[in-house]
Design a protein around this ligand. Structure first.
Ligand SMILES: NC(=O)c1ccc[n+]([C@@H]2O[C@H](COP(=O)([O-])OP(=O)(O)OC[C@H]3O[C@@H](n4cnc5c(N)ncnc54)[C@H](OP(=O)(O)O)[C@@H]3O)[C@@H](O)[C@H]2O)c1
Length: 263
């Protein structure tokens, strides 16, 4: 039995991928939330089992922990011996999860916003001192690949790295998109026109990069930049203002905060 302990935004996105992708059939899924309304709407949409009592999940083989990190200390839950607890919690180290659930095997994951559109990017780290069979590992990878791509990581440090890159990454792109929307308005486009221009440009760049992944992102940039052309001039300005350094510093700041939160 697969269960979700807390199934809100991210848990819901993962659940959606699992049911649509047929990774688990609805009757093998049990969701625990504190609000009966949330449970009712998930039950209606997916035909899964729901409960208001987290103790009902204590017999499940796999528990996806989908609560907020700040709720962990107060949580009273004892998974069954050898159960797999898959944590979605940002900045919560394996050691802390192991202390909380000493009889369980821990898997730490870092999904991102794309999961809501079946285009997620999830990093997965299997606690090294637990044993997972090849079947268990591939089932866990399937849970997340139903809603996007998955990277199986060989160190926990990389989970924090994933957080600072692809976890926060959608917001970085949105920041740039917001600035481009404002630049478009300064050229005389209405707010609506500007949003259409930028959304479609982001989508087109993303689709091209995905559909022709044999071509590197740097090469795609060069394809848009004809020598002596207009794009080249814009990129020259990014370089003059050291965009690369700005991005490096921004990612370093996200990493620093992750380390602070992990203590
Ligand atoms: N959202 C993202 O983009 C994202 C990305 C990466 C990782 N994450 C991680 O995913 C986790 C969930 O985030 P979220 O955005 O999905 O949060 P969310 O929408 O608040 O979902 C959490 C759900 O868990 C329920 N819950 C909390 N404590 C519970 C308890 N003791 N028993 C039963 N249900 C409980 C909440 O119910 P109430 O409403 O009653 O509190 C809510 O339905 C977080 O740990 C976050 O760090 C999220």
């Amino acid at each position: 039995m697969l269960s979700f302990l807390g199934c809100g935004n991210m848990g819901g996105a993962i659940l959606d991928g699992i049911v649509r992708g047929g990774v688990f059939s609805p009757e093998k899924i049990l969701v625990a939330n504190r609000e009966s309304e949330k449970n009712l709407s998930l039950k209606k949409k997916y035909g899964i089992g729901t409960t208001l009592e987290v103790s009902d999940l204590e017999t499940c083989e796999i528990v996806i922990l989908g609560i907020k990190p700040q709720g962990l200390d107060a949580l009273e839950f004892s998974p069954k011996k050898n159960a797999i607890v898959i944590s979605l919690l940002v900045g919560t180290p394996v050691a802390k999860l192991q202390k909380k659930f000493p009889d369980a095997r821990i898997v730490r994951t870092m999904p991102n916003l794309g999961q809501f559109a079946g285009r997620g990017m999830t990093g997965i780290f299997f606690a090294p001192d637990a044993t997972f069979s090849p079947d268990e590992k591939s089932k866990i990878l399937e849970i997340f690949s139903a809603g996007g791509k998955v990277l199986n990581l060989d160190s926990e440090e990389k989970i924090d790295g994933i957080g600072a890159i692809s976890g926060s990454g959608p917001a970085y792109f949105f920041q740039f998109a917001e600035n481009l929307v404002s630049a478009a308005q300064k050229l005389g486009f209405s707010p609506e026109e500007s949003e259409i221009l930028i959304r479609q440009t982001m989508l087109g760049a993303g689709e091209v990069a995905e559909n022709f992944s044999e071509i590197s992102l740097g090469k795609w940039k060069k394809r848009v930049m004809s020598p002596g052309g207009t794009t080249e001039q814009a990129i020259r300005v990014f370089n003059e203002f050291h965009l690369e350094k700005i991005v490096d510093d921004a990612v370093a700041a996200a990493m620093k905060r992750t380390r602070e939160l992990s203590k």
